[in-house]
Design a protein around this ligand. Sequence first.
Ligand SMILES: C[S@@+](CC[C@H](N)C(=O)[O-])C[C@H]1O[C@@H](n2cnc3c(N)ncnc32)[C@H](O)[C@@H]1O
Ligand SMILES: [Zn+2]
Length: 361
Amino acid sequence: MDINKEVICVTCNSKLTKIKNDVGDDGIFICNSCDDLFPIINSIYVMLCPEDAFYNIEYNFFIKNEKFLNKNNLFYRYKKRLELIEKYSINQSWEKEDVKYWDSKYNQRSIISASEIKPALKIGGIRLYRRNKYFFNKIKEILKQKNITLLEIGCGEGDTVLNCLNPYYYNYYYIASDYSFNALLYLQNIYKGLNNVQLIQCSGSKLPFADNAIDAIVGLGILHHMPKKEEELKNIIPKISQHGYFMTFEAFVKDSKLPSVFKNIYDKWIEPDKSAHEERIDLKNFIRISNQLGKLEFIKYEHTPLLTVLNKIFGKYINNNLVLTKLLFILDDMVIYSIGKIIRLFKPGACYAIIKKAGFL
Ligand SMILES: C[S@@+](CC[C@H](N)C(=O)[O-])C[C@H]1O[C@@H](n2cnc3c(N)ncnc32)[C@H](O)[C@@H]1O
Ligand SMILES: [Zn+2]
């Protein structure tokens, strides 16, 4: 894939032209339709419209690239963009409120490189086992037939792809995207020098790709961090090519509430809220929209309160222990199919889903 020909302007959806800087890995994408500009900072494509962009990041680029911008007659054009970003920055947006937490969490720099994480034959742990089983094994099958482009939305520190489908060892094109710039700086050290990986800072609600441009998209625990929750499927699924997939893991709202004394324990000790927005998706609406825009090909429920508690207590011991991982999931399934059927509290609270984009008739 020639990513430079695929990315589009998030402000007006037109094609972009890339101008490369001769110094370092910076450069810029320009939109000749709406005059917007999108900087490349340390090889990371910053594809945010002025409403969503971060002033400090772009101001630093502006100062560092003054000569380059002048040489290409872009100095005043970029200054105009900066003024707009500053104007919008006065109000903290919903998305920026959320990403503040993630930016601080990802503030450490990685010291591993992708080549050090060899593909494991067996992947255990509550977080990775089923992601690998349901999503990445399926992608590995597809890769035997054809080379694909995989876009990850809200990749964060990207440990799932690194462990389950490391682009250093698998032949495909990986686009890792997140709204947090620090997440991408972190990943940059891991994937430095790989020409089948591109890091993009963008909002999951405004992906810089034309409709039908991407073979498969993966989003792991991200819809509930986006303002419109499951309604965001409407911004994501159109980007997938015909017969392509959106693979997602999400927690959903349950129709039961813990008694307040347990709720306090749960919120304080079991799952303390993290970012500003930890609300969940509406499952019924998620299924309805999935079938409207494509076909919900697969859904697997998990996470009864039993799994939550066992994972909290034993989580660190079962990482990479396949037997214990499977045992915990068997217990979880047993609860789902027994008392989960009778008592609402013991129902599952999360699901893995694969939505297939409908083909032309
Ligand atoms: C719960 S973390 C999941 C990270 C990763 N997918 C994983 O499974 O470990 C949510 C991620 O979504 C990102 N995020 C939050 N709001 C976003 C938005 N509007 N668009 C794209 N990414 C967003 C955050 O920066 C964070 O990295
Ligand atoms: Zn434009």
